[in-house]
Ligand binder design. Structure first.
Ligand code: GTP
Ligand code: MG
Length: 226
């Protein structure tokens, strides 16, 4: 069964691409051939920046991907830097278009990292939000959250959305050097509420393992239900 990881975040500019590149390295060091996919990228006026960063990171470990082009990695490229619904002028998006692109990438890898756009509640078209993509792809979500003041609320809202949708997930905090007050103003609550807290940079290998374990148990469950 396919191994798919959908990388989302509490919002745009939180560190999905950054985390995805770290994850490419961690999964590759575990001996897996890693592929990357960005179904929709907005704000693209020349080379798709996220797609290109992901593609270069994956290529450095998996040379088989050289048979693909950036247009294979980023299927829908839109110039307006906005939610896909707006950048695509509300047009309906046929998800089978994404399935075909993903199949082409998966022929060259053991696991694929799929980067979403913005956060989970970003509209794609009239019927779907970004959170519908991990379900459509049967992917396990990696939720990237931030460490600024407000991160408790943002993290809990996104976790709540994933749990309400019954989607399997792992989450991790992408703290930056400027987030100096995090340990005092936010971390105590996370320590109180959660047994295990991952930090994206420090714990990327453990995050990769947790994602693979979650994929295995989710795939087993799907097999039992078919
Ligand atoms: P969109 O795809 O545009 O929604 O953003 P994103 O969630 O993919 O965020 P991205 O990974 O592009 O990170 C946003 C910016 O913050 C980039 O300029 C990164 O280089 C920077 N950045 C992300 N994470 C870190 C980090 O942990 N440390 C530092 N110093 N910079 C980071
Ligand atoms: Mg990005």
């Amino acid at each position: 069964m396919s191994k798919r990881i959908f990388v989302s975040a509490t919002n745009t500019n939180i560190g999905k691409t950054y985390t995805s590149t770290l994850l490419v390295g961690a999964l590759s060091r575990m001996g897996l051939r890693v592929g990357v996919y960005k179904p929709i990228e907005t704000g693209v006026t020349a080379i798709a920046p996220d797609g290109n960063t992901l593609f270069q990171a994956a290529l450095s470990f998996n040379p088989e991907l050289a048979s693909l082009t950036l247009n294979d990695i980023v299927t829908l490229q839109l110039p307006l830097p906005a939610a896909p619904f707006i950048a695509n002028e509300g047009k309906k998006i046929d998800l089978s278009f994404f399935d075909a692109a993903l199949a082409k990438i998966e022929a060259l890898c053991d696991v694929v990292i799929i980067e979403g756009a913005g956060g989970l509640m970003v509209p794609i078209d009239d019927d779907r939000m970004m959170i519908d993509l991990p379900r459509h792809f049967h992917a396990v979500t990696l939720l990237v959250t931030h460490c600024n003041l407000g991160c408790i609320n943002d993290t809990l809202l996104s976790i709540n959305a994933l749990e309400t949708a019954a989607l399997p997930y792992v989450w991790g905090l992408n703290c930056r050097s400027e987030d100096t007050d995090f340990e005092i103003v936010s971390l105590p609550y996370f320590n109180h509420r959660f047994e295990n807290i991952y930090r994206i940079e420090k714990d990327i290998d453990a995050i990769a393992k947790a994602l693979l374990d979650t994929i295995s148990s989710t795939n087993e469950e799907r097999l039992c239900n078919t």
